[in-house]
Design a protein around this ligand. Structure first.
Ligand code: F3S
Length: 62
């Protein structure tokens, strides 16, 4: 599973980083980005929760 944050949609609310810090963190533009190429085993549910919880639907998982 991969996760990608659309930088144009992220409003820096931070919810994804709270829910799934093993996948998401802040970048230099103070927006969220995925810090791993693949969502680690055992983190899929958190990644999905982060995706569903993003207020601007900025996160796409595939
Ligand atoms: Fe940005 Fe959505 Fe995360 S607005 S900080 S990608 S929850």
């Amino acid at each position: 599973m991969k996760a990608v944050v659309d930088q144009d949609l992220c409003i820096s609310c931070g919810a994804c980083i709270d829910v799934c810090p093993e996948v998401f963190d802040w970048n230099d533009e103070e927006k969220a980005h995925a810090i791993v190429d693949e969502v680690p085993d055992g983190q899929e549910d958190q990644a999905r929760e982060a995706t569903e919880g993003c207020p601007t639907e900025a996160i796409k998982i595939s």
